[in-house]
Design a protein around this ligand. Sequence first.
Ligand SMILES: Nc1ncnc2c1ncn2[C@@H]1O[C@H](COP(=O)(O)OP(=O)(O)OP(=O)(O)O)[C@@H](O)[C@H]1O
Ligand SMILES: [Mg+2]
Length: 273
Amino acid sequence: MRNFSDDAILLRTKGINKVFGSGKKAVHAVKDVDFAMHKGEILSIVGESGSGKTTFAKILLGLTQETSGEVFYDGKPRDLGSQAKRKQYWRNIQAIFQDPYSTFNQFFRVEKILNDCLVLQGQKNLKTEVKHEKMREACTFVNLKFEELYNKYPFELSGGQMQRLMIARIFMIKPNVLIADEPTSMIDACSRSTILDMLLKLREEQDMTILFITHDLGLAYYVSDTLYIMENGEMVESGAAEDVILNARHPYTRRLVQDVPKLNEPWDLDSVV
Ligand SMILES: Nc1ncnc2c1ncn2[C@@H]1O[C@H](COP(=O)(O)OP(=O)(O)OP(=O)(O)O)[C@@H](O)[C@H]1O
Ligand SMILES: [Mg+2]
């Protein structure tokens, strides 16, 4: 695993807090999080259900407003003050979520969904054949057949096809940062390893920086250069993946490490998915 500490920081946060509600019912979902992601890195946030992972991811994406703190992209404070700036930001940073059903507008056919990726990239005036060729290339990357799917609605696809369509979207948008929030939680082990391999291929072929979010430390260790451990809204430990696993200092991390079978044995994908 590479150590990224000397590489350029692409995405950084300072003192991020998120409180939902107020008074006695307030939930402090994210607590004072300092975070840095380097260019080309695969970084995982690992934590149990309810620890604040998705909330933090949505703050990074600009989909949830932080209560306090700051997000920096490419060395500058993030500015989402206008529609144009938000569009520009979402060209740079994209996500795939736990639930593919929530990603797609169910009233849009696959062709429109993929065409919107070209529009986001500013490529809306291409000839239909050129557009279709780009869509076909993206579908081939994720082992989908464009000709069979382009006229269908998302609800006519299987869960696995939808997961792959989400990655085809990312392939077309080519963001600098991809946030993958539990992208494999709803699928079987075989599709899971395919999806993970596709994410690793995206990094290799498009030099993508990837934030992977999971409750599964074994999986995170397999794919990541760097790990952040999140408990009750706090990042309790972080560092190079091997360091965090082998020299876990925080009791919560030690407990997570103990829960992973075979962590001290040689790793292959089949043992963790
Ligand atoms: N929109 C919201 N309104 C109120 N509370 C929320 C909202 N979204 C999240 N929360 C609360 O914030 C806390 C963190 O939730 P979050 O979804 O970020 O956890 P998570 O780590 O992603 O969990 P999981 O692994 O189950 O996806 C939880 O207590 C949750 O109930
Ligand atoms: Mg979540």
